[in-house]
Design a binder for this molecule. Structure first.
Ligand code: WQD
Length: 340
């Protein structure tokens, strides 16, 4: 299929672009580099051995989006583009609602106008809110979220459901990610957060490479195996494979829209992840236990059964794989991608 990948220069988008190309799909990227760097494209072309067309504009521009679909034919869209920092979304809710919702509206309007009726959407486990029983199952209702970022995901899932339901042939997969980590085994692409990392794995990696002094562990008094928070970490290569599996499932999917958890079904604690990273680096890493972070849940992980049964997909990489691949990327790119 010829696939438009929005946010294809980003962390998960770039790994998915590679997986799509390896599976024989044609890929076009649209990205405004709000949270990524143009130098990713050169790495992707080196890794894939292919030229990858890029359109560099903001999808909230409905006219530019319409023009793209009027001038090029796509069989499907994978929609990653969006702001995704939980804390920032609390400070700038209107920016998050406008960017994440308007970009989706532009895409959907252009898709329905031009008969593009297959969509894979980058959603998040955050839509399960604070009260869902663990492991999280896709049928859980009501969806909710505890940040404007998470609420944009809940709203977009609702919009996509309503549009798919009344549009013949439209098929949407809502992929609910747990905690994406890791990097391509080449070490040439990986997670490159701007500024101080909010997330655990990139922060540990920056401590290991000397950019941060120590890891602050946000609380060790949770009701978990060692008192620290537990999450379902999933290797970005597994996540990318899940997107290809979902895309290829759409033409034969009975329902207009269907959610799928992309997780391992296993919980890993903060200290377990830290010690796994120490094994990858070969020495201990400094950390200090501090107070809990507001809004954090103690522990959650996926029920991954539906994706296994319906997409024929399951995560295969281990926590040690995730740390070894992250460390290779970080040690070979201490400051992330070059500015370009
Ligand atoms: C993981 C664990 C922290 C940093 C977030 C978003 C979610 C999704 C994934 C987009 C927790 C602890 C963290 C640190 C720490 N993003 N931690 N010190 O919060 O599970 O999920 O990213 O969809 O929407 O909410 O990920 O990596 O921030 O935290 O101790 O410096 O690590 O308390 O237990 P989280 P995280």
């Amino acid at each position: 299929m010829r696939v438009l990948v929005s946010g294809g220069a980003g962390y998960i988008g770039s790994h998915t672009v590679l997986a799509l190309l390896e599976h024989g799909h044609d890929v076009v990227i649209v990205d405004d580099f709000a949270n990524s760097k143009p130098t990713v494209l050169g790495r992707l072309e080196t890794l894939s051995g292919k030229t990858i067309p890029l359109h560099a504009f903001d999808l909230t521009d409905a006219d530019k989006t319409e023009h793209l679909f009027a001038s090029e034919k796509f069989d499907a869209v994978i929609h990653f583009a969006g702001f995704k920092a939980v804390g920032e979304s609390v400070e700038k809710p209107l920016d998050y609602y406008r960017n994440n919702l308007d970009s989706t509206f532009s895409l959907l309007r252009a898709m329905t106008r031009h008969g593009v009726d297959k969509l894979v959407f980058s959603s998040s486990a955050t839509v399960y809110g604070d009260t869902a029983p663990v492991p999280y199952h896709e049928d859980y209702e009501p969806l909710s979220a505890s940040s404007p970022y998470g609420r944009t995901k809940v709203m977009i899932e609702r919009v996509l459901t309503d549009v798919a339901t009344i549009t013949d042939g439209f098929r949407v997969a809502l992929l609910r990610y747990f905690n994406p980590v890791g990097a391509h085994p080449s070490g040439m692409i990986g997670e490159d957060p701007q500024g101080i990392p909010n997330n655990l794995m990139p922060f540990i990696a920056q401590v290991a490479v000397g950019r941060r002094d120590k890891l602050r562990v946000f609380g060790d008094d949770y009701p978990t195996k060692d008192g620290t928070g537990e999450r379902d970490y999933i290797h970005v290569m597994d996540l990318a494979a899940g997107h290809v599996a979902a895309l290829e499932h759409l033409p034969t999917m009975d329902e207009p829209v269907r959610a799928f958890n992309l997780g391992t079904g296993e919980g890993t604690s903060v200290l377990e992840l830290l010690h796994a990273f120490e094994r990858a680096v070969g020495h201990e890493l400094p950390y200090e236990v501090v107070e809990r972070r507001a809004g954090d849940l103690p522990a959650y992980w996926a029920d991954p059964t539906r994706a296994q049964q319906e997409l024929g997909w399951q995560a295969t990489h281990t926590i040690d794989d995730m740390c070894a691949d992250t460390w290779r990327w970080q040690s070979e790119n201490p400051n992330g991608f070059p500015e370009g």
